[in-house]
Design a protein around this ligand. Sequence first.
Ligand SMILES: NC(=O)c1ccc[n+]([C@@H]2O[C@H](COP(=O)([O-])OP(=O)(O)OC[C@H]3O[C@@H](n4cnc5c(N)ncnc54)[C@H](O)[C@@H]3O)[C@@H](O)[C@H]2O)c1
Ligand SMILES: [Zn+2]
Length: 422
Amino acid sequence: MLSAARVQTVFAKAAPVKEESGNQGDFKGSARQGKHCHAGGCRKLYSANPSRNRSLTMTSPIVVPVSLGDRSYDILIGGGLLPQTGAFIRNVFSGQRVLVIADANLREVYAPKVLAALAAAGIEAAVVFAPAGEESKSVAELSALWDALVGGRYGRDAAIVALGGGVIGDLAGFAAASYLRGIDFIQIPTSLLAMVDSSVGGKTGINHPLGKNLLGAFWQPRLVLADTDVLQTLPRSERISALAEIIKYGVIADAAFFAWLEANITSVRDLEPAALAHAVKRSCEVKAFVVGNDERESGLREILNFGHTIGHAIENAAGYGEFRHGEAIAIGMIAEAALALGREPGWTAESQARLRALIGRAGLPTALPSDSTLTPAALLDAARSDKKNRAGAVRYVIPKRIGEVFTRKFSDAEVEPVLKGE
Ligand SMILES: NC(=O)c1ccc[n+]([C@@H]2O[C@H](COP(=O)([O-])OP(=O)(O)OC[C@H]3O[C@@H](n4cnc5c(N)ncnc54)[C@H](O)[C@@H]3O)[C@@H](O)[C@H]2O)c1
Ligand SMILES: [Zn+2]
């Protein structure tokens, strides 16, 4: 059976409706002209003019540009963006049809809002729900999306909108990259991890039974719309897990951001709007900078792997699901940073203590649980078999100081002491 049957809701092409706030009309004025007008090209007007829209309560989104030549795009960050989805998409998309691929957990809350906003902007939109969870990054789920696209006769001028966390972004992005050799793609990340990490950079893909993310493509979105209000419903544990990546950006690229996090990490964790917006913005800026200078992961992008060599080894050796990604990365960052102690004069015992304290304050673990059965030997084995570590030589990203890292190979004998906590 064609899984096009899974398409749950179809909105007939709607006549643009007049919004109570009047902001839709304002957006159209700026957005309607021109095709595919994205970050590298003309400037868009993202904010409604408050003087002309007195009932408008939302603030203008923060705009983080990702510079990738003709694949450049913007990340919009702020509260209250979801109801304006259609107007924002109109800035970058001139087609008429959109397929929304959404996390099934968002069926009741956010999917209807996005569909209504698209219809209000005169975009014909349908939605397909994929089950929540990593299992959806599968050939079966991708194939169901292809069926929906073929069955719905979507053309090259259609777009895919991903509404969900990193799982949906990766899956929907790969569907967009592969369907008709690539159609437009828009990310609406709904988890903190997706806002600060997976929706930025253009990596898309699914898992193979023998390994995560083995099948995929680089495919940049046209736009990323990060409405921080949706994080209110994200489980707290997911939120805390994502803080590990945010802390990572401070260590690898921005000492001032690291210091800011030391003062504000609990405000970010508790979704205080200004702190949250700043943390998402700065994280996106760091990732966008790195990706902008190394789109295809041939050099600089490797620094994003700080904490991940040992973090992935922990996830692998323990069996996926035992540790949340952020928890494993938190422990990994502390261990990998410890490799710099006594080797890098700029990374002092004080730096190490600050990192440990910040991770702890975020609510993340700073070491494996005392009853863990994971041995250093098992972790070193897992690190060696990671797909990114070729021929036995394991590369680690280690800090020079807070705000700067570099990569270096380490022997097992050098790494073992930090895994033993020596
Ligand atoms: N492409 C990249 O560059 C990249 C980078 C990092 C991670 N990833 C991938 O991202 C995935 C992890 O992403 P994730 O942590 O977002 O996981 P996820 O997509 O599984 O989302 C986590 C959970 O939160 C729920 N959820 C999401 N948004 C919600 C909201 N607003 N309210 C309530 N519940 C919500 C989801 O249903 C899910 O149960 C992994 O597959 C990983 O490989 C990709
Ligand atoms: Zn990560």
